[in-house]
Design a protein around this ligand. Structure first.
Ligand SMILES: Nc1nc2c(ncn2[C@@H]2O[C@H](COP(=O)(O)OP(=O)(O)OP(=O)(O)O)[C@@H](O)[C@H]2O)c(=O)[nH]1
Ligand SMILES: [Mg+2]
Length: 322
């Protein structure tokens, strides 16, 4: 198959899944030509609803996303799933090429699934993930799920990646206490109590309600609903779909939606900037770093001064990258 820049651009725009997958790989690996292609595709996106799903390991995120994805698919929507550092698989589907699996929900209906590493982003979501979202958006996907395990930076990052953030909690796991610690309250647009077939769902529901009542919501802001699901049985899933719809409508009818998209864009620009600046810095420092470290070691200079000097060279264009 032809994977020239032109072929990738037209392939992605036409929604060709192999082109999409190839470009995501190139972007994830930081291949420079991916930047050229991404730049060409930039104006083609902006239509997808990006839904972040986070929660503790084993909370049932993938099972829930499977269910939600099938529901959207049946509704005629084009659906993609990005699984960040997945530890458990999505159900069904054959492996197609490089880390993509397609789940068949009906005759010739497919859902695009891709797993990705958080590599390189200090435990948070990588620039590659944000690129993948843009690529899927340009390819005409209507709904893009991003599943991350809610530990560390990825959980906080999800809110800077997704239009809507779903936090999945499970009864009897001390989740409510964890939730306060992790600042989940600030990131959730929707709370889902999954495994509602287990004991403790009422208690957890009450705990979240109390927490929410303590939070201050400005006039016109979206108050996160608390929903209950048994993802393995599909129960409660339609209510989640309903709430996701309400959140999208709220986003598009309030200033918040635009604010959120601006934030996401800012995050992406800063991620790209830090990656490119770091690359350039590494190039500038390459031949001299050993000598400079030696100078620091012998106290002829100090680490701050060394970095100032190197950054100065990068910014004045005195590097060897052009
Ligand atoms: N009893 C019960 N089990 C469930 C429910 N939802 C999911 N499970 C089970 O919980 C286990 C974990 O489900 P996953 O969907 O893989 O959970 P996850 O949050 O994606 O897990 P990680 O990606 O590994 O963090 C599986 O064995 C599911 O079958 C539910 O509503 N009730
Ligand atoms: Mg999972």
């Amino acid at each position: 198959m032809d994977f020239s820049n032109e072929a990738l651009i037209s392939g992605v725009k036409a929604g060709n899944l192999r082109s999409v997958s190839r470009l995501i790989t190139l972007a994830e690996n930081g291949v420079p030509r991916a930047r050229t292609v991404m730049a060409e595709l930039y104006r083609s996106g902006g239509h997808a609803h990006v839904i972040g799903v986070t929660g503790s390991p084993g909370a049932g995120k993938s099972t829930l996303v499977d269910q939600l994805a099938s529901t959207f698919r049946k509704d005629g929507k084009k659906v993609a799933i990005l699984a960040i550092d997945p530890t458990s698989p999505f159900s069904g589907g054959a492996v197609l090429g490089d880390r993509i699996r397609m789940v068949k929900t009906a005759e010739d209906d497919t859902i695009f699934i891709r797993s990705m590493a958080t590599r390189g982003a200090l435990g948070g979501l990588s620039r590659g993930t944000l690129d993948a979202v843009q690529i899927l958006d340009a390819a005409g996907f209507d709904v893009i799920f991003v599943e991350t395990v809610g530990v560390g930076q990825a959980e906080v990052d999800i809110v800077r990646t997704a239009d809507t953030c779903v936090v999945v909690l499970v009864p009897g796991m001390g989740d409510s206490v964890q939730a306060i610690k992790a600042g989940i309250l600030e990131i959730a647009d929707l709370f889902v109590i999954n495994k509602a077939d287990r004991d403790g769902a009422d208690m957890l529901h009450k705990d979240i309600r109390v927490l929410l009542s303590l939070a201050e919501y400005e006039e016109g802001s979206f108050k996160p609903p608390i929903l209950r699901t048994i993802a393995t049985e599909g129960s409660g899933v339609s209510e989640v779909v309903e709430s996701l719809g309400e959140h999208t409508r709220w986003l598009s009818s309030s200033k918040e939606g635009k604010k959120r998209r601006l934030k996401i864009l800012e995050e992406r620009v800063m991620k790209i900037a830090s990656e490119i600046l770091y690359e350039k810095l590494a190039q500038v420092a390459h031949d001299r770093v050993a000598g400079l470290i030696q100078d620091c070691f012998e106290k002829r200079t100090d680490p701050y001064a060394v970095v100032e000097k190197l950054v100065g060279e990068v910014l004045s264009g005195n590097d060897k990258t052009e």
